[in-house]
Write a protein that binds this ligand. Structure first.
Ligand SMILES: [Zn+2]
Ligand SMILES: [Zn+2]
Length: 146
């Protein structure tokens, strides 16, 4: 079973958030900080983190914070690729500002297949950054000559 298929939408939001904070922003991520951002109870966060940890996508040390595993980082990059390619589409085609593009992309990224994302990527000549200037990660199946 692909890890991608096994993740819930909520879990993908957590993975993307943790990657953005920890890898791209180099700041610590705690249960409390996640709870604040998603406006949920810390117990809810702990539950989701436990599930992600069972799936070996992160290591969760109670009272100390979380850290993504290599597999977790790979998964987060895939998800962020989808999110950011959708942002490119909304900003260009629909003239959405970066904030609105991000908001709408958040509602759809989980549901978009990588095939769809690669088609959009090809249409836009394989963009390297999204409207908010974040890196768009590559996909091996999406080649420049395509
Ligand atoms: Zn591409
Ligand atoms: Zn963006």
């Amino acid at each position: 079973m692909k890890a991608e298929a096994a993740l819930t939408e909520t879990e993908t939001k957590y993975l993307m958030l943790i990657y953005r904070k920890q890898v791209e922003g180099s700041s610590d991520v705690s249960t409390t900080s996640i709870a604040k951002i998603f406006k949920v109870r810390p117990a809810t966060v702990t539950e989701v983190l436990r599930n992600l940890s069972k799936k070996r996508l992160l290591v969760h040390r109670p009272y100390r914070g979380v850290e993504l595993t290599e597999e977790g980082k790979r998964e987060a990059r895939k998800l962020l690729r989808k999110h950011r390619i959708l942002e490119v589409l909304f900003a260009d085609l629909l003239k959405y500002d970066p904030k609105s593009a991000c908001k709408e992309a958040s509602k759809l990224d989980y549901h978009a297949s990588m095939e769809l994302i690669n088609t959009i990527c090809r249409t836009y000549g394989h963009p390297t950054s999204c409207p908010c200037k974040k890196t768009i990660f590559t996909d091996v199946r999406c080649k420049r000559e395509g």
